[in-house]
Design a protein around this ligand. Structure first.
Ligand code: NAP
Length: 419
């Protein structure tokens, strides 16, 4: 008998309210359209980035990526109140009418959280072999990143890794897209040759494109234990050329929840608490002059840390560059907090548009080769104290999401699920 699919559904106003909903009426699945793939999520990760699907839904159009299925029972079938978020990971092709990708292949990309397969119509494009693109009209308003899927070149190997709960696959799943986000930050936004840098905010030219020169800069990293920050700090140390714009000091500014882990990674020259009473005095004690390059990068620090630190530093350090990469977990929309941060000179980062621009400038194949090389190196080094942990089943996924809502997940843990 076929499994009864289960999906996570969130309250679109109170993101901490979630339900695991069974969909017996979804079966049998309808016939698959031409040139399409039916994909079932099999491996996914939950992180601050997953929760950002809800908190930043207005920017990311999150609820529209994988809408509520028509078989959703009441009361969850009300799309004005309920919706689904998405996660990065591997899906397996359950059915295919697209000649380039066969049944049982695996794709990496943006997936729904649940075991109900989803259908996309796809095409290949000149560029990188094995990359396919969703062409459904209903998805064309999304950022380009969400419509790109990468076919795994060795499905048997991946199947074995999933079956054996390979630690390397868990680490890769926890980090892959976060590593790439860090890659565009390090190589393109904070380019070692600043004259070639790509604006942090992508196509949104209303934001300042300056203050991304890291020459002799002090870089203050909020949520320094986040996966994207860890990868970024690693790249600042390992992937910048001698003679380029290199920072003087990389400082992890962590909450009390994550400070011990952050210190133990050895990636930061200094680690301080977000609750530090006087950030200006701290910088003075390091001899940071007012006209020096100072960069504050918020990867989603708890307790409004970004606004707190920017408010303290901005009046004293006029050259402060303030980048907004992440948002902390909140039960309701973060729109007001984002507005306040922008008022302090915060520039929102747009990974998808930076990736598009980097591809345009360097060539698609070259771009992905460089990302893959960097990921391989990064994975060989690992992060001291970090553990990517396998869990199984949708109930476990729900617990993982809840752990972020209750601030009870350690930064040293990457949550990876087989569903
Ligand atoms: N704009 C873009 O295009 C883009 C691209 C990639 C990633 N991002 C964003 O970057 C951020 C980091 O993503 P990630 O997947 O790397 O995150 P992650 O590993 O799950 O981040 C963990 C860190 O987030 C902070 N945090 C804030 N609220 C938390 C909570 N309730 N529970 C646990 N930790 C919390 C903690 O730092 P403290 O303990 O120091 O507070 C913690 O160390 C996300 O907001 C993501 O959306 C944005």
């Amino acid at each position: 008998m076929s499994e009864v699919p289960q999906i996570q559904i969130l309250d679109k106003k109170n993101y901490f309210t979630q339900a695991l909903v069974s969909l017996p009426d979804a079966l049998p699945l309808p016939p698959l359209k031409a040139s399409s793939l039916r994909i079932r999520t099999v491996v996914l990760t939950i992180s601050l980035n997953t929760v950002a699907n809800a908190t930043k839904s207005a920017v990311l159009s999150s609820w529209t990526v994988h809408p509520l299925p028509s078989s959703t029972p009441a009361p969850y079938n009300d799309a004005s109140k309920y919706g689904r978020i998405n996660s990065w990971g591997y899906g397996q092709v359950a059915e295919s009418t697209f000649p380039g990708v066969s049944k049982d292949a695996y794709v990496y990309g943006y997936l729904p959280i649940g075991t109900l397969p989803f259908d996309i119509t796809v095409e290949t494009r000149p560029g990188v072999p094995g990359h396919i693109f969703a062409t459904d009209t209903a998805r064309q308003h999304l950022l380009a990143t969400y419509n790109r899927y990468m076919v795994h070149p060795e499905p048997k190997l991946l199947a074995d890794e999933i079956a054996s709960r390979s630690p390397a696959l868990a680490f890769e799943t926890a980090f892959r897209i976060m590593h790439e986000s860090a890659f565009v930050l390090n190589a393109w936004a904070y380019c070692p040759r600043p004259e070639h840098s790509v604006p942090l905010s992508g196509l949104d030219t209303s934001f300042s494109t300056k203050a991304t020169d890291l020459t002799d800069a002090v870089v203050l990293v909020l949520a320094p234990g986040s996966k994207v920050a860890l990868a970024f700090a690693w790249m600042l140390r390992n992937e910048r050329h001698q003679g380029g714009a290199n920072p003087r000091k990389i400082v992890g500014v962590a909450s009390e929840h994550s400070v011990d882990f952050v210190k133990a990674t050895g990636l930061y020259n200094e680690t301080v608490l977000t609750s530090e009473e006087n950030p200006v005095e701290l910088l003075k004690s390091w001899g940071v002059a007012k006209d020096k390059n100072l960069v504050l990068i918020d990867f989603g620090g708890r307790g409004g840390a970004g606004v707190k630190w920017a408010s303290a530093l901005k009046p004293v350090y006029p050259k402060l560059g303030f980048a907004m990469i992440g948002v902390e977990v909140t039960e309701n929309s973060t729109a007001d907090a984002v507005k306040t941060a922008i008022g302090l000179g915060g520039v929102p980062f747009n990974f998808s548009q930076l990736r598009d621009e980097a591809i345009k400038r360097t060539g698609e194949a070259e771009y992905f080769e460089a990302v893959d090389r960097s990921l391989k190196d990064f994975m060989q080094n690992q992060i001291p104290g970090f553990e990517a942990r396998w869990e199984e089943g949708m109930e476990a996924v729900m617990e993982g999401y809840k752990a972020f809502c209750t601030s009870s997940v350690g930064s040293n843990v990457g949550l990876v699920y087989k569903v």
